[in-house]
Design a protein around this ligand. Structure first.
Ligand code: FDA
Length: 312
């Protein structure tokens, strides 16, 4: 395992500790604001409008994961529908990301239906009416099979212009997963992967993850599919630019995606160069898990958090 991975695993393990959670939740909002647009829907919409001014589109993301009651999952889905409605007519393409676990993926209803699917259908129905796009985020590895199976069903019902999903380059299985979805002509976001995963399922070395990342993007583009290249890794971005040029892949077949608060300079530069760029804009009060994954991605971020917390 390389040092990057050791750092990441350590931060993610410490972040799961209840005492650490309580302290950070109380004291780190001033720091978390760098990565989270705000707590309210309207603040997130304002952040999208702000990005639009510099040519970057937004992906609205209501924070929250592993919702464990039917009422909370339904309320979460209702809020996403309210978000879609609030974004309508605001002058930007409506694009949201959801985690199926936050709308009830782990809950089976008395009639045997999966609550995540019931709520996903409600959201996608409204999204389709509004010509909006919904990306199903990918969570940790025990949820991958179910998420891909549900994605397949939802593409069948709503089409690949309304729903897409995410594949993670750190999982050994992902090349096969990508190929197995080709018949759907899916809109896929390729990411490196942000969760704490064991060596039994994920590459322990960053180099292997980066290699698989490139392979996945190239294969997906070569297969003629739409690809969201979601990374801040400049060497990968440069390689993708070269690849599309050499293979005559039109700019309309891919886009770059990055996270709010990270490499805004690069986002704006790529947009100026004529590429489609979208920034993931998270909002909501349940920011802790998202925030800890961002801290785990970069050693310098721990000092940033500690300094921010000491300032209070
Ligand atoms: P890498 O980690 O190698 O970083 C490359 C460079 O980017 C760093 O050197 C640094 O300059 C900068 N950088 C990266 N992270 C930073 C940070 N936190 N703070 C400051 N600088 C940073 N994951 C997942 O498992 N499921 C998902 O659904 C998604 N969804 C998603 C959507 C979008 C739009 C993006 C951009 C990312 C995700 N991810 C994700 C997260 C992804 O898996 C990954 O953890 C991050 O993108 C960081 O990896 P990079 O590809 O940027 O490379």
């Amino acid at each position: 395992m390389d040092l990057n991975q050791v750092y990441r695993n350590t931060v993610l393990s410490v972040a799961n500790n209840k005492t650490v959670q309580d302290i950070v939740k109380q004291r780190a909002w001033s720091v978390a604001k760098r990565f989270v647009a705000g707590e309210e829907r309207q603040t997130a919409i304002a952040a999208v409008k702000d990005m639009e001014k510099v040519g970057v589109h937004g992906i609205l993301d209501l924070l929250g994961e592993f919702v464990d009651t039917e009422a909370k999952a339904n309320e979460f889905a209702d809020e996403i529908i309210r978000l879609l409605d609030a974004a309508e007519g605001q002058g930007f393409p409506i694009y949201v990301a959801i985690k199926l676990s936050s709308v009830g993926q782990k809950i089976t209803l008395a009639n045997g239906e999966n609550l995540g699917m019931v709520n996903a259908r409600r959201i996608l129905k409204r999204a389709k009416e509004l010509n909006a796009f919904v990306a199903l985020d990918m969570e940790d590895h025990p949820l991958v099979d179910l998420t891909l199976e549900q994605f397949r069903t939802l593409v069948g019902e709503f089409g690949n212009q309304t729903v897409g999903t995410v594949l993670q380059a750190y999982l050994y299985r992902t090349e096969q997963d990508r190929a197995s979805l080709d018949d759907l002509k899916p809109n896929l976001r390729i990411v490196k992967g942000a969760y704490l995963e064991p060596e039994s399922v994920a590459y322990p070395n960053k180099r292997d993850v980066d290699l698989q990342y490139r392979r996945l993007v190239y294969q997906h583009l070569k297969a003629g599919n739409y690809c969201c290249v979601a990374t801040h890794d400049e060497s990968i971005i440069e390689d993708v630019k070269r690849f599309v040029q050499m293979n005559k892949i039109p700019y309309s077949q891919f886009e770059f995606q990055m996270l709010y608060g990270i490499r805004r300079d690069l986002q704006v530069q790529l947009a100026k160069e004529g590429y489609t760029v979208r920034a993931y804009i998270p909002y909501g009060s349940d920011w802790y898990a998202y925030f800890s994954r961002r801290i785990a991605e970069r050693p310098a971020n721990v000092m940033f958090v500690l300094r921010g917390m000491l300032r209070g």
